[in-house]
Design a protein around this ligand. Structure first.
Ligand code: GDP
Length: 317
């Protein structure tokens, strides 16, 4: 077990993943969880990152910062997604090596895998085929991040590990319809429909792509588990091992939020990759399994949305 007095730097702590990591670490008794706001530290700036690491000397790093978004955001802003995500890991990994951080956990994404690889996706399928076009820029940045973990390990014996989470959702998600992923977008759309007193919710694409969804609190639990129990150059998938069609997801969110809503599909919007189900046997064999069921997770996310979303996104606060 990691000493609860050890300092851990969580990058991206205002985001959905970073904030879940902070909650999990504090819940586990860590007393020195370090964070740095965007205004305080631009993670794309090597000199600033170096200075921050010199001043704070974290013993561990959980690297959750990134520029992220759903299919539309990825497709519309590939240059920003590539630049930000490349720079952010390049600076942090360099500083972590230079200041002899004891262990670093890097978070990748399931979109790093080839578009048409066999399902469920095993870690070895990395770099065995072409990427999905709607998020290839983001994927390339993330692949270079996990290659960097391996490179620092090979050249400098750094204890850098890389976890690949599937599609995530939960508290502090982005509910903005342009930039968000499908699950928070559907919560928001059904909620708006309920507020309007009825109507039709439009689901992008055909509804047939298959996706897997992991609650971010499960991810945070897995990350701490890996930080304490895993030290290996091989990347490791983090998911539930179960997926469903976008149409089924829409029906489930409808049941939770507003069963009276009608559904329609907008075929002019992209489907993206047809299926993205992670093989989680490596993680299971280490002794970790997801606990939060999808319905339960959607219910708690909707409660979070109602309690926290600002007026601007249509929630009652
Ligand atoms: P992806 O997993 O990288 O493709 O990212 P998303 O979570 O953005 O999209 C997953 C799937 O859900 C895609 O097939 C989308 O077309 C579909 N989808 C259906 N409705 C929506 C919506 O309102 N927003 C988003 N982002 N995706 C939607």
């Amino acid at each position: 077990m990691i000493d609860r007095n050890a300092s851990i730097f969580v990058t991206g702590h205002r985001g959905m993943v970073g904030s879940a990591l902070v909650r999990r670490l504090e819940g586990a008794g860590f007393e020195r969880v370090l964070t740095a706001g965007r205004k305080q530290l631009d993670l794309r700036d090597q000199a600033a990152v170096d200075q921050w690491f010199d001043e704070h000397r974290p013993a561990y790093v959980m690297h959750a910062a990134g520029t992220v978004g759903g299919i539309h955001a990825n497709r519309s802003r590939p240059a920003d997604f590539l630049y930000d995500n490349l720079m952010i890991h390049a600076t942090v990994l360099r500083a972590a090596w230079r200041t002899q951080v004891q262990k670093l956990l890097y978070l990748g994404s399931s979109c790093i895998y080839p578009r048409d690889c066999p399902q469920p996706i095993r870690e070895e399928y990395l770099l065995t085929g072409p990427l999905e076009k709607t998020n290839d820029a983001y994927a390339i940045a993330k692949i270079s991040g996990l290659m960097s973990c391996d490179a620092y390990r090979r050249q400098y014996d750094c204890h850098f590990i890389a976890a690949m989470p599937t599609n995530l959702y939960g508290p502090n998600d982005n509910f903005d319809l342009e930039g968000s992923h499908v699950l928070p977008a559907l919560i928001r759309k059904f909620h708006d429909c309920r507020e309007a007193g009825g109507g039709t919710v439009t689901v992008w694409g055909s509804g047939s792509p298959m996706r897997e969804f992991l609650h971010v609190d499960d991810l945070a639990d897995a990350c701490l588990y890996l930080l304490e129990n895993y030290d290996n150059p091989a990347i490791i998938n983090v998911g539930t091992g179960e997926d469903l069609a976008i149409r089924e997801l829409a029906e489930l969110v409808r049941e939770v939020v507003y069963p009276e809503a009608e559904l329609t599909f907008d075929a002019s919007m992209p489907d993206g990759t047809p299926r993205k189900l992670l093989d989680v046997s490596r993680l299971h064999s280490l002794g970790w399994k997801a606990r939060i069921g999808l319905r339960e997770g959607i219910e708690s996310s909707y409660r979070w949305f109602l309690e926290n979303a600002p007026r601007g996104v249509g929630a009652q606060v």
